[in-house]
Write a protein that binds this ligand. Sequence first.
Ligand SMILES: Cc1cc2nc3c(=O)[nH]c(=O)nc-3n(C[C@H](O)[C@H](O)[C@H](O)COP(=O)(O)O)c2cc1C
Ligand code: SF4
Ligand code: SF4
Length: 241
Amino acid sequence: MIFYFSGTGNSQWAAEQIAELTGDEARDITKPDQISDYQNERQIGLVFPIYAWGAPELVCSFAKTLGKTKAFTFAVCTCGSEAGYAMKKLSALCPLDSSYSLVMPNNYIIGADVDDPQTVQQKINAARQEIQRLSQEILQQKRVYRVKEGTFPTLKSSFVNFGFNRFARSTKPFSVENSCDGCGLCARNCPASTIIIKEGKPVWSDLCYQCLRCINECPKQAIQYGKATQNKGRYTFHQFK
Ligand SMILES: Cc1cc2nc3c(=O)[nH]c(=O)nc-3n(C[C@H](O)[C@H](O)[C@H](O)COP(=O)(O)O)c2cc1C
Ligand code: SF4
Ligand code: SF4
């Protein structure tokens, strides 16, 4: 069984591709009805995006619940460029036999702009090849650590990641422009169920994973996060499928 979390579709696609190649099933951890008994599984996988050189807190909490298992365990993170020590830290919560990273298009438009279409396509093509390779290794239950850690992984995966989870996940900077037509997509699709539509506009409560699905998916590009997302593109995997 392959459990995944995904904000804008990269990790969902990766999980579904790996599941297809390994004869497995991909399950969304934000949907409780998709979590069934996995004790007798041959292999258990986790697929998720990197947030500030770490696994999302939601994924860490889920990994802790997996407990001891006889199954072959693996994790695959998707990241815009580098994962730091995210997989080593995750393995301390839930021992992993194999860890991989897949470099995929950037969705963190609070930090940097989206990748240009050519880079998006190159990253997806390279990820497709790596998925073929790692799926074979998973089927053979090979123990592999193939993660692009990048520079200063200790610093980034400890202090910076701590700062991100503590201070950078506020919903206060979210705002909506007049172009919003009240379609409700952002509220329906928020994995934290934190958005409601009030008088035809979205309103955010406190809990937020910072997955940036709401900002990136809005058909009117009406959502902003402070000034950081003004004049930036928007990214979702399904635009490029
Ligand atoms: C809050 C946040 C933080 C991110 N931090 C990193 C990072 O530290 N390193 C990196 O390479 N990419 C980072 N990214 C980019 C995503 O990991 C990457 O685009 C990922 O493939 C998105 O997956 P998804 O479409 O399944 O949500 C970040 C994205 C978000 C939303
Ligand atoms: S998805 Fe965009 S247009 Fe639709 S309600 Fe949300 S902010 Fe408004
Ligand atoms: S409010 Fe937006 S960024 Fe936060 S969890 Fe919901 S969809 Fe993701």
